[in-house]
Design a binder for this molecule. Structure first.
Ligand SMILES: Nc1ncnc2c1ncn2[C@@H]1O[C@H](COP(=O)(O)OP(=O)(O)OP(=O)(O)O)[C@@H](O)[C@H]1O
Ligand SMILES: [Mg+2]
Ligand SMILES: [Mg+2]
Length: 541
């Protein structure tokens, strides 16, 4: 009977899975995250060694002091920069910074942990409470709004790294202590997540926040950010998932583990779900690492060498005064008047996708805002908000990308007031969009060819003259007629014309106009073509 039920349930879950909707309301998913984030302070948490976020490319054991390798007799000295960074993050999350927090020793023995314990904040964490708000509008979740609560934030040391090499006889373990004692913040959320979209959105948002605050690279790939997922269904015990190196592993591991537990529950085989366990992700499935009974006793104890962190209220309020505007507020500002950016464009100006300095979102945003302001001054009441957006975020950025010119360099020949002048030429239709694209690319290409050495500011009127880019305001009627007839001859047949004239396929007119504009290289405007095509083809609609 059980066999049959299991078979039935397997078949059912497979069917559901293949329909792409693996989540079922009768099996309510509950998730909480533990996120470790490396802080990019200059020095390590308790020593003066350089904290090299790129230690992967440096020689092993290069960024180490006697303390980091745990020579007997060495003592920790707390790095205040790490406290400042933790405070910034706590304030950004609306967490309550504890006026007193403390470090504890968490004991376990492993080659890459030479002290025999890790310093963390077990009993009195740095901050408690706070939240991240997710919304349908900004974060692409299904609910209109969802609050993810934060349980606590604690400061701790990272461990070293073990490298395993297999020989014929043995496995050799090499230990690299570059990472040992790098400052970490562990953020623990409440188990508030009820679906995968929320998890994905939260990680993205948190990652962007630490980049925005300049406290971490936030990269999952390098291990600067590491996410553990706790997951349970209905009232069963939680399973903790580890070894999740990137977003797709996180998402796939949750999907797999949810499916696995649903199968167990639906056949009544729930004994393994009564006790919490820890599982690892292999890349295609989760496997049990340990259960609660075999959990190591860490023998937590307050560290006797480090005093309390005792923060005066005016220190906390001082840091509060230094906080930058937060990403959600920036996004909302950009999506409102006068800017009216789309969500996608607002994200380009607010979210750093990686540490690539070339398109640093802050630099780009201030370039955009400055140019917008300059352009509004030049164009006055009638200025068009779409021009700065389209020309900076799409055209200009595209060109820089193609030519591999950093924004910081391009700004030297096209500072915001100069870019605003260029926009004014487009706005007043002195040049067409097609000519504008050519002109902008030409200017940047020349700059690149001079190895970014020729810093002369472009003289637009000279260039327009040189390349004969003046938009034609007075259209030569014969030229327009010839162009239209050419386009019709080349691109249409009887059916095309019939469908267009009867109004069955009105969009064909746009196509013809597009062809005409391309032929005239943008010098003749769309409405001139529209009038002419309608006249020639006798279109009445
Ligand atoms: N029923 C549940 N289902 C899913 N997640 C849960 C559930 N109960 C608690 N959690 C989540 O489990 C996590 C517990 O993390 P916490 O750091 O407090 O303890 P831990 O995992 O026992 O310790 P460690 O830091 O050693 O891993 C939190 O993110 C919390 O939201
Ligand atoms: Mg845990
Ligand atoms: Mg934890």
């Amino acid at each position: 009977m059980l066999q049959l039920a299991r078979f039935y349930s397997l078949a059912r879950t497979k069917a559901i899975h293949s329909h792409g909707a693996p989540f079922r309301p009768e099996y309510a998913l509950k998730c909480g995250l533990e996120i470790h984030t490396q802080l990019n302070t200059k020095n390590k948490l308790f020593s003066q060694s350089t904290n090299s976020a790129t230690s992967l490319v440096d020689a092993p054991n290069h960024h180490t002091s006697y303390y980091d390798i745990a020579l007997p007799g060495t003592q920790p000295v707390l790095n205040l920069e790490a406290i400042l960074f933790a405070m910034k993050l706590s304030l950004a999350l609306g967490s309550q910074v504890n006026s007193i927090s403390q470090f504890d020793r968490k004991h376990y023995f492993y080659g890459d942990q030479p002290q025999g314990y890790q310093l963390t904040q077990h009993y009195r964490p740095f901050a408690r409470g706070g939240k991240i708000n997710l919304s349908k509008e900004l974060d692409d979740i299904d609910e209109s709004a969802k609050e993810i609560g934060i349980l606590q934030l604690q400061i701790e040391q990272d461990t070293g790294k073990s490298h395993y090499t297999e020989t014929d006889k043995d496995v050799i373990t090499l230990v690299d202590l570059n990472r040992s004692n790098v400052p970490l913040i562990e953020l623990v959320t409440k188990p508030d997540f009820s679906d995968i979209k929320q998890v994905r959105a939260f990680i993205k948002k948190y990652q962007n926040l630490v980049r925005h605050l300049h406290i971490s690279s936030g990269d999952l790939e390098t291990g600067a950010m590491r996410v553990d997922v706790n997951l349970s269904i209905n009232e069963y015990a939680r399973v903790e998932l580890k070894n999740l190196p990137n977003t797709s592993s996180i998402i796939n591991a949750i999907k797999y583990e949810y499916q696995r537990q649903v199968e167990l529950i639906s056949v009544g085989d729930t004994s393994s779900l009564m006790e919490p366990e820890t599982r690892g992700w292999t890349g295609s499935s989760t496997v049990k690492l340990r259960s609660k009974e075999t959990t190591i006793d860490y023998r937590y104890m307050p560290d006797p060498e480090l005093p309390y962190i005792n923060l005066a209220q005016d220190v906390i309020s001082g840091v509060r005064g230094l906080m930058p505007q937060l990403p959600d507020d920036i996004m909302r500002m950009l999506m409102k008047k006068p800017y009216q950016l789309s969500l996608k464009d607002a994200k380009i100006l607010t979210y750093n996708s990686n540490q690539n300095d070339m398109y640093n979102h802050e630099a780009l945003r201030s370039y955009y805002l400055d140019t917008f302001r300059e352009f509004s001054k030049l164009a006055g009441e009638r200025s068009n908000a779409k021009l700065p957006t389209n020309w900076i975020i799409h055209e200009f950025l595209g060109d820089l990308n193609k030519l591999q010119i950093p924004l910081a360099r391009a700004k030297e020949i096209l500072p915001p007031p100069v870019f605003a002048q260029f926009l004014k030429l487009l706005h007043e239709e002195v040049i067409s969009a097609t000519s504008g694209k050519m002109l902008l690319f030409h200017i940047l290409e020349n700059f690149k060819q001079s190895n970014c050495q020729d810093l002369s500011i472009p003289d637009f009127s000279k260039l327009i003259e040189k390349f004969e880019l003046h938009a034609i305001n007075q259209v030569d009627p014969q030229e327009l007629m010839d162009l239209c007839n050419d386009v019709i001859a080349q691109h249409t047949d009887d059916t095309f014309i019939r469908n267009l004239v009867t109004g069955k396929k009105k969009s064909s007119l746009k196509f013809l106009i597009g062809q005409g504009m391309r032929r005239s290289q943008g010098r003749i405007k769309a409405n001139e073509f529209e009038k002419k095509f309608k006249e020639i083809l006798n279109i009445q609609w």
